[in-house]
Design a protein around this ligand. Structure first.
Ligand code: SF4
Ligand code: SF4
Ligand code: FES
Length: 234
C-alpha cells in the first residue's frame, strides 16, 4: 500500500518556525513505522532526523508521537496506522526539540539519576552474591522491563504542567529499588519521593500506563509507592 507521512520538521539552528512535510511511502502492512522513516531518509530526504538503534523495542530510542499517541516507531505496525489519511509523526511532547523528531532527553535522565537507579547494598559485603528469593524477585518482574523510552513522561498531563514533577518513569525506577529486598536504603528512598513533586504529584490519569510499550503497570506501581510511604514513614 502507499501511505502519506506528515512529519514534523524543525531545525532551531536555521528555522524560525517548525513546519510539517509530507512524504509518500510504499509499505507492506506488516512493516513498522520505523521502516517507513528509514525509507524516507534513505530514498527521499537525508536531512530528516530521528533516533533509532535496536529496531526491536529494546533500546527505547525511537519514541515519537504517532497520530497523537506516544509510541516506539519500531513497534508500531503500518497496518495499525494505515486507517489515517495521513500518518502524523511528531517528536515527544513536553521535551525541547533538538532537530525534527529528536528531543533533548537530558532533563528526563537527570530525574532518573536523581532516584539513584542502582542497588545500595550497605557495608555488609557477602562472600558470594547477594541472594534473593524467587518470590522477592517476582515483585520487580514488571518494572524491570522499563527501557527508558520516555513515552510515559511525554504523555503525563502533570509533567506537561509542572516540570518539577519527577514523572512516571523515574518513579518506576524508584519502585524498582524501594521493593528490592537486597537494597539497604528503602527508607531514604521513600523519603525522597514523599513529596508533592514526587509520588504524590501523580494524579492517577493512567496515561503513562496506556502508552507504555513494555506494558508496565506504571500507575499501579506509583500507588504501591504511596502505600509503602504510608506504611513505613507515617
Ligand atoms: S498516572 Fe500519574 S504519572 Fe501516570 S500519567 Fe497520570 S499523573 Fe502522570
Ligand atoms: S515506564 Fe514504559 S513508557 Fe515509561 S520509560 Fe519505561 S518503558 Fe517507556
Ligand atoms: S529502535 Fe530501539 S526500541 Fe525502537
Amino acid at each position: 500500500m502507499e501511505l502519506s507521512f506528515k512529519i514534523f520538521r524543525y531545525d532551531p539552528q536555521v528555522d524560525r518556525e517548525p513546519r510539517y512535510e509530507v512524504y509518500r511511502v510504499r509499505a507492506e502492512a506488516t512493516e513498522r513505522v520505523l521502516d517507513c522513516l528509514n525509507r524516507i531518509k534513505w530514498e527521499q530526504d537525508g536531512s530528516l532526523s530521528f533516533r533509532m538503534s535496536c529496531g526491536h523495542g529494546v533500546c527505547g530510542s525511537d519514541a515519537v508521537r504517532i497520530n497523537g499517541r506516544c509510541a516506539l516507531a519500531c513497534q508500531t505496525l503500518v497496518k495499525d496506522v494505515a486507517q489515517a489519511e495521513e500518518v502524523l509523526v511528531e517528536p515527544l511532547p513536553s521535551f525541547r526539540v533538538l532537530k525534527d523528531l529528536v528531543v533533548d532527553l537530558e532533563p528526563f535522565f537527570e530525574k532518573v539519576r536523581w532516584v539513584q537507579p542502582y542497588l545500595v547494598g550497605g557495608n555488609h559485603v557477602p562472600e558470594k552474591e547477594r541472594l534473593q528469593s524467587a518470590e522477592e524477585r517476582k515483585k520487580l518482574d514488571q518494572v524491570i522491563r522499563c527501557i527508558l523510552c520516555a513515552c510515559c513522561v511525554a504523555s503525563c498531563p502533570v509533567t506537561a504542567e509542572n516540570d518539577r514533577f519527577l514523572g512516571p518513569a523515574p518513579l518506576v525506577w524508584a519502585f524498582r529499588y524501594i521493593f528490592d529486598s537486597r537494597d539497604r536504603e528503602k527508607e531514604k528512598r521513600l523519603r525522597a519521593v514523599d513529596t508533592q513533586d514526587g509520588a504524590w504529584g501523580c494524579r492517577n490519569h493512567f496515561e503513562c500506563t496506556r502508552v507504555c510499550p513494555k506494558e508496565i503497570p506504571v500507575t499501579k506501581s506509583i500507588n504501591f509507592i504511596k502505600r509503602e510511604i504510608e506504611k513505613v514513614l507515617r
